[in-house]
Design a protein around this ligand. Structure first.
Ligand code: C2E
Ligand code: MG
Ligand code: MG
Length: 253
């Protein structure tokens, strides 16, 4: 078996075999320079092919209806991490990516609700990031469920804002707590992108949302997003995504 066919085959059971692991990319508070949160990013530790990026296997997982198992597996890892940090007095928030497909099953919300109740964590330590799924949020039942999660204290982040389906209307509809400016805007450097970012930050703040700038690769980009008033920044300049153990040694160093 070669190529995609092999990946499709091997992805079945990958979670159960412990091959899908969460790596964590630190997010920095721009006022203090400290790490205040981390985004969990799925990695497939393939026994023969090595580490495979989510851009490759998430679309396959969506296609093969494996995204529910995978998403659940990621949430379990994240909750375990936050629980253990909590016990050790490490105050760190965590974000986890959730795809449109996951949101369409009400089982997702029930499980998340149950998990949160079971571990008894402060829900505000956890944020779910929603991407390219904005049209789905027009479904009233989903908007209501998201709102319930938010009422429980969970953070809701609008990921990759500024591209694709992003619109001002979406900002009105989604019961969000955070907005992440897409890295293509941050990195673009054009006058138009600067104007757009300025408007996005202003609007987000007016709506009471925290703003995270992603894809910071240069000192200039860092200075810019700080000047724009973003609260948090994330990017290769600041820290790469890393395994849990590495993140923990970085935090306790
Ligand atoms: P995302 O949620 O927007 O995550 C940020 C992506 O940007 C990550 O790629 C991260 O490694 C990358 N990144 C961070 N800083 C920089 C930078 O300075 N420069 C550049 N060029 N890239 C940077 P990654 O890990 O390959 O993930 C890609 C996408 O896959 C994510 O984009 C997210 O949409 C999706 N994804 C990852 N994990 C999961 C998951 O557990 N569930 C779902 N549904 N999607 C996931
Ligand atoms: Mg994300
Ligand atoms: Mg993003």
């Amino acid at each position: 078996m070669v190529g995609e066919e092999r990946l499709v085959h091997d992805l079945h059971g990958a979670c159960e075999r412990g091959e899908i692991v969460a790596h964590y990319q630190p997010q920095f508070d721009l006022a203090t320079g400290r790490i205040v949160a981390a985004e969990a990013l799925a990695r497939w530790n393939h026994p023969e092919l090595g580490l495979i990026a989510p851009g490759v296997f998430i679309p396959i997982a969506e296609d093969q209806a494996l995204i529910h198992t995978l998403g659940r597996h990621m949430i379990e890892q994240v909750l375990a991490a936050v629980t253990s940090w909590n016990e050790r007095g490490i105050a760190l928030e965590v974000s986890v990516n959730v795809s449109a497909n996951q949101l369409t099953t009400l089982a997702f919300f029930d499980l998340l609700d149950r998990d949160l109740g079971r571990v008894g964590l402060p829900a505000n330590a956890i944020t779910i990031e929603i991407t390219e799924s904005y049209p789905i949020l027009d479904t009233p039942s989903i908007a209501i469920r998201l709102d319930e999660l938010r009422q429980r204290g969970l953070g809701i982040s609008i990921d990759d804002y500024g591209i694709g389906y992003s619109s001002l209307q979406q900002l009105e509809r989604i019961p969000a707590t955070e907005l992440k400016i897409d890295r293509s805007l941050v990195q673009d450097g054009s006058v138009q992108s600067l104007a757009l970012m300025t408007a996005i930050v202003e609007l987000a703040h007016w709506r009471g949302l925290r703003v995270v700038a992603e894809g910071i690769e240069t000192d200039e980009q860092l200075a810019l997003v700080r000047e724009l008033g973003c609260e948090r920044a994330q990017g290769f300049l600041l820290a790469m995504p890393m395994p849990l153990a590495e993140l923990e040694s970085l935090l306790t160093a």
